[in-house]
Design a protein around this ligand. Sequence first.
Ligand SMILES: [Zn+2]
Length: 274
Amino acid sequence: MLMNIESMSKNLPLRFAQGQDDGIFGQPGGMTFSTVSLNMKYCLPTVIWPNELCVCYCFVMVEQEGATLIDSGVLLERFKVEHFLRKINLPLQKIYLTHSHPDHAGNAAYVSKKWKVPVYASADELPYLFGTKKLAPRNYEGANLRTRFIQLGDAFLPTPRIPWAKAYEEDRDFSERYRWIPIPGHTPGNGALLHLKTKSLFLGDSLLNCNTLSWRQPVGLSFPHHFFSQNQALAIRSTTVLKELDFDHAFFGHGPPILKAAQKQIADFLGSRK
Ligand SMILES: [Zn+2]
């Protein structure tokens, strides 16, 4: 397994592409993916970012130990996620979820069954994936047209059911590789995953790097929008933990990654919003 994944990942292009059709993996235009190399010397670990996803980004963290899918995209983009996973052709070992919203956990059950890999989430988020607890209905009062469009999704994209999901504590090598950063409020068990070796922070919806309420989705840091948070005051307050956290790279569910000095940019953003 170790040799396999190392030699395979060496064939991944060592470049970072953002939203451009650069022919990575030789796929037809419109189906390109981005690779973010975080360790030039050994090529590993590497983050692969399928930037063709339109609704919500997921990532694959490639390490010597194997590949981990972080978040899983929305059901509507299942064909893209599946195509991406087949194209990278790396032995997928597990799925980690930042929270249970359908744009992040929408394909986790499908990929888990098809690739026969376990799904992990925070212990506080598991009841929503089990279906034993329900998130409160959203209040769309004052929403703009695009947000009303997103609201339509609530009717046919419920919280995904993954009764076999487990808590991060149950993953034997989780604590050697990652730290779970609880950032409750967006959902009760919401948080970010910090990959320790590369100082990469996978934020899910804890912070966004674009305005998803605008059709053009301009890039820029923002808190998750209150329409989509269970407790917006808590969602904002709990991001304070990011001011002191040691990380270099930030990967968002919405908006492009920040690959340099991410901690400073995020701390500056949080400081300016006080
Ligand atoms: Zn969310």
